[in-house]
Design a protein around this ligand. Structure first.
Ligand SMILES: [Zn+2]
Length: 257
């Protein structure tokens, strides 16, 4: 199962922090075939379950055999909190299972990988350097209009006493303003967010929206890193639901050591 083709993208600021281990996996280096070629981890993508489980095991191996927590993502705003002193943690994290239904997860636990699976949606990773708390958020356009990012920052403050000025953020490859056309935006996107519409087009800049949602809660602009890679423009590297429809999900993972 060892595959040399696994490629990982990383945020520059997280790479300067030895306590953070993270990565954005591409679609290469896995076992899925056809439209799902090849490192698909999306259990609901229509791909064969055995291939998905094998791909998840490849990622676990690549990340050093630490447990990975997968979410059943539903385009909502629920944030799961995992605390290291809680007694109700699951005994095992199984690669074929989504452990919780949520669109964000926060923890102060070490050696646990938080996984967000995407194909155009953003994975937004957070790290509080003072409180030593990490988070991973699934924010697609529905997450953007519901401000799941702001909800997660509120949760970090409430549950762990995190202060936004100590938080660093990374925004994964995702649908760029070049490709995020919403012809029915008048029905789908609230008017207060029309300021993010590109002039003369029906496209929206969800990258700017996420940056502003982070900054509205007090995260510093210089602590926000966006890879600014559009998934729809780069289907040779990443999965894109808009470009491909039948496709996989790539893995965005973060952990503390
Ligand atoms: Zn694009």
């Amino acid at each position: 199962m060892e595959n040399a083709d696994i490629k990982v993208y990383e945020f520059e600021h997280f790479n300067t922090m030895p306590v953070i281990v993270h990565g954005i996996f591409t679609r290469t280096g896995g076992t899925s075939t056809g439209a799902y070629d090849s490192l698909n981890i999306g259990m609901n993508s229509g791909d064969e379950k055995t291939a998905i489980a094998d791909n998840r095991k490849l990622i676990i191996r690549k990340m050093g055999m630490k447990p990975l927590v997968f979410l059943n993502q539903v385009h909502g705003t629920t944030i799961k909190v995992l605390k290291k002193n809680d007694n109700d943690l699951p005994e095992t994290f199984q690669p074929g299972k989504e452990t919780y239904t949520a669109d964000g997860i926060v923890t102060d636990m070490k050696d646990v990988f938080l996984v967000i699976q995407v194909a155009d949606c953003q994975a937004v990773m957070l790290y509080d350097t003072k409180k030593k708390v990490i988070a991973n958020i699934h924010s697609g356009w529905q997450g953007s209009i519901q401000n799941v990012i702001g909800n997660c920052l509120d949760k970090m403050a409430k549950e762990f006493g995190c202060q936004p000025e100590n938080i660093f953020a990374g925004i994964s490859p995702s649908l760029g303003p070049c490709c995020s056309e919403f012809v029915n935006y008048k029905d789908e996107i609230p008017k207060k967010l029309w300021e993010y519409k590109i002039k003369g087009k029906d496209n929206f800049n969800f990258w700017d929206m996420s940056r502003d949602q982070l900054m509205d809660k007090g995260v510093k602009r210089e602590h926000i890193e966006n890879m600014e890679i559009c998934t729809k423009c780069n289907t040779d590297i990443f999965y894109s639901f808009r470009a491909e429809r039948t496709t996989g999900r790539f893995a965005c993972v973060i952990s503390m050591v």
